[in-house]
Write a protein that binds this ligand. Sequence first.
Ligand code: MLT
Ligand code: MN
Ligand code: ZN
Length: 319
Amino acid sequence: MNAQPTRHRSRFWPIKIRLLGTSAGGGFPQWNCSCRVCRAARNNPANAFARTQSGVAVSADGISWFLLNASPDLLAQIQAYPPLVANSETMRNSPIHGVLLTNGDLDHTLGLVLLREGGALAVYSTERVREALTVGLGILPTLERYCGLNWLDCRGEINLLRRDGTESGLHAQSFDIPGSAPKYVATKIRRAAGDSVGYVITDTRSGGVLVFAPDVSVLTPEHVEHLKRADVLLIDGTFWSENEMRESGTGTASAADMGHLPISGPENSLEVLAGLPVRRRIYMHINNTNPILLEDSPERRQVTSLGIEVGMDGMELKV
Ligand code: MLT
Ligand code: MN
Ligand code: ZN
């Protein structure tokens, strides 16, 4: 008999999640920024912990890992976490079996080229993101030449397989979130389905569910249905407010222009999160201008008083 994986909750085999990086593009403090929050981080790092660019590692068994996005800080993130480095059994190996991409943004994809010394890389994305990374950035053809590439469509039910074709114990399912083509793509069609997705990742043994959505421009009731499935939710915390860039003197683009729903304000994520029956609700992909990065800010208190957490590099979760 070909038994279906049972979805019982086990205390003994929980899905493992490591937040590799929790800042938005540019890192925190951002190398070229002297905004209030970056200055505070430099003056008193204990009150505003430094963060590398956004990415997560997930595993069902603690041995075989999948990356959720691949930031330009990936090498340092791997070196900082022994389960992600080579074991001593063979000369060349990696516990990283694939990368799932939410979009084609530079801060989520430049890390792919840092994996070129390894074996053929499994990369999951939408067709639209594949196109951006092929014609816009040339990253996928580059990988193809260096290490080989196994591109896989992230639509539908995905059984995440190890390099040797065996089951990793993780299932993934993507859901669409409106986004846009990355800036580096010269296309007339700036917005189309598949520009951005979130992932529901399920541990087939423990039944634990991680929902990963670092690029959220809107939260419709349909999106909320996906978020509700989570035991652990990692969600877009890029901006505190809609006009944060302008108000902090760092830029002119609004949160909406950049495809991020702010945490506060009339259209916001905080109220939605506050009402979600999810055990761990964690903001990540946090921009350097966002005052929730300051440990003692009123904005931070507003978030944490609702039981919602602010992601930090190195955070580990079990579901
Ligand atoms: C974004 O998601 O909008 C980026 O993190 C912004 C950036 O790369 O600076
Ligand atoms: Mn980003
Ligand atoms: Zn700054």
